[in-house]
Design a binder for this molecule. Structure first.
Ligand SMILES: O=C(O)CCC(=O)C(=O)O
Ligand SMILES: [Fe+2]
Length: 386
């Protein structure tokens, strides 16, 4: 399940980027992600003892639940496992998170019971009707080489490929417009995808959650497992799916930001438009989110209907003004609860953060220079002795 989002604006020192006014980075604060458990317990695993700790639930509950944790979490410190399991228990406890989840469920239930879908065929995954044949073939082959054969990678970590059939794009657009019409006529107060968008609709809220879950699990996760394993690409387990709408009477542009996702799928659905380029400016961890852009991190991409862009959520980006016509894009923010838990303990992000990489290289350069200096000094001393 996913929730409405708010974004937080952060000051950004002037980046080395072309033409964007944005000296602001908008970061989407972390939303509650769906923590997951295994279906069957790992009977080989010997759980820790949680006796003697100040806990609001029985220590035995934690020991029993530990066998259900996803395998990568089992070797974490006891505190971490405790934290993860506590989040799950709280979700099912009387107050707090549970109230929030329940309110959102109630909101969805109301919409789904009142809104009449226009194209029911969209609500169940039908791969051969939805996807371009080249995309389906690559997914079926499920090999890095097959994925690469249909993809362009204009800058490391950003992949673009033909994904949806034109008819699917038209049907989804027409469904979203029908939903918006219903919202207008019934004056139902809906939540927009996030606070930076005044327009657009959360697809999960009006019945498309199951279809989008399938899209993530069967189509995006296999690709992410290959290209984004360093940010939990193989353990994506929840999503936030929505459509954004740009044009003269809609949103115009989208400021510089990072997504609240591990991996983002962004597909242009149409219609006819000019402008609206997506710009990328390097991947950053929390600590480095406001650091300068390097020249080799600059990418400007023009959307093409039916074509997908796949990137890490932490890849800084924004969308320029749509100057005429209307642009609709489908966004699927894919998240991994397991990765988010692990990230709290792992502070080396140099496999994906451009600035962490630069810092690491600089440290290595300094240490090599110091070693060379030391060796030269020793050789110099040895030379004077002989
Ligand atoms: O409009 C676009 O293509 C970008 C949308 C986006 O980045 C977002 O909604 O997070
Ligand atoms: Fe985004």
């Amino acid at each position: 399940m996913s929730f409405g989002v708010s974004r937080e604006e952060i000051q950004q020192p002037a980046p080395l980027s072309t033409g964007q006014n944005g000296n602001v980075v908008a970061v989407l604060p972390t939303m509650a992600t769906a923590h997951r458990l295994r279906l069957n317990p790992n009977t080989e695993h010997k759980p820790e003892s949680y006796e003697g700790l100040q806990l609001e639930f029985s220590p035995l509950l934690f020991s029993s639940l530990e066998r259900y944790l996803p395998p990568p979490l089992l070797s974490l410190p006891r505190d971490s496992k405790l934290h993860y399991m506590r989040d799950i228990i709280i979700r099912y406890s009387p107050d707090g998170e549970r109230t929030r989840v329940q309110r959102h469920r109630e909101y969805r239930r109301k919409i789904i019971s009142r809104y009449q879908p226009l194209h029911r065929e969209l609500y169940i995954m039908h791969a051969s009707n939805f996807f371009a044949p080249s995309f389906l073939k690559a997914i079926n082959e499920n090999k890095e080489q097959s994925f690469r054969s249909i993809m362009a990678e204009p800058i490391p970590g950003v992949f673009t490929f033909e994904m949806f059939q034109p008819r699917f794009c038209q049907l989804l657009l027409s469904e979203v417009e029908n939903f918006e019409k219903w919202v207008y006529e019934t004056k139902f107060r809906i939540m927009r995808p996030n606070t930076m968008n005044k327009f657009g609709a959360v697809l999960d809220d009006f019945g498309l959650e199951t279809m989008l879950d399938k899209l993530m699990e069967d189509f995006i996760r296999p690709i992410s497992k290959v290209f984004y394993s360093d940010v939990g690409g193989s353990t994506l387990d929840s999503h936030h799916g929505f459509v954004v709408e740009y044009g003269i009477d809609r949103d115009i542009e989208l400021g510089f930001h990072v997504d609240d996702s591990e991996v983002t799928l962004n597909v242009c659905l149409g219609k006819q438009f000019s402008g609206g380029d997506l710009f990328f400016r390097g991947v950053r961890c929390d600590k480095h989110v406001n650091t300068e852009t390097q020249t080799d991190e600059i990418l400007d991409y023009s959307h093409i209907p039916g074509r997908a862009v796949l990137h890490r959520g932490r890849h800084r980006h924004g969308a320029r003004a749509t100057t005429s016509g209307q642009r609709f894009n489908l966004l699927l923010w894919c998240r991994s609860s397991v990765y988010r838990e692990l990230r709290k303990y792992q502070k080396d992000f140099s496999s994906w953060c451009g600035e962490c990489q630069r810092e690491k290289k600089e440290q290595q350069r300094v240490s090599i220079a110091a070693t060379k200096q030391e060796l030269l000094k020793r050789e110099g001393k040895a030379a004077t002795r002989t």
